[in-house]
Design a protein around this ligand. Structure first.
Ligand SMILES: [Zn+2]
Ligand SMILES: [Zn+2]
Length: 137
């Protein structure tokens, strides 16, 4: 049996109502994908919301912690920032909300510490320069 296609591919198949022959073959043989596909079909029926949105709402696509960290750092592309904002504020995913709060806390502690460090380092550096000067004089 070929390996399972990414879940996204099943969602797309349901949304577009087209099935590639490879996917069709796989589903013939794979009961896990068959079950997933039929539950996706059920969910999509009678709902105006797209299955893709549902996917997000169902929190199946929680962003990775690294992504959340970049989000807290505002280091994502605008589209990615939007996606995470949506996930946090519209979907109100409690897991990711807790994660970003924690990461933001960590980060502020971290930057406070970095600030102390750099102050410390520059003091040390000027002390070194002073003693250097003293020695050469
Ligand atoms: Zn499968
Ligand atoms: Zn989440």
């Amino acid at each position: 049996m070929s390996s399972c296609p990414p879940a996204r591919q099943l969602v797309e198949a349901v949304e577009s109502e087209t099935m590639s022959p490879e996917l069709d073959d796989h589903i013939e043989l794979c009961s896990a994908c068959r079950a997933m596909l039929s539950s996706l079909r059920e969910e999509s029926e009678g709902l105006t919301i797209s299955v893709g949105d549902l996917w997000v709402k169902e929190r199946i696509s929680c962003p990775h912690r690294d992504i959340l960290l970049s989000y807290v750092n505002e280091a994502l592309t605008p589209a990615e920032m939007d996606f995470i904002t949506f996930h946090l504020n519209v979907v109100e995913c409690p897991y990711c909300q807790a994660d970003t709060t924690e990461l933001a806390d960590l980060l502020s502690q971290e930057s406070a510490r970095n600030l102390e460090d750099s102050v410390d380092r520059s003091l040390r550096r000027s002390a070194a320069v002073l003693s250097e000067n003293r020695r050469s004089n």
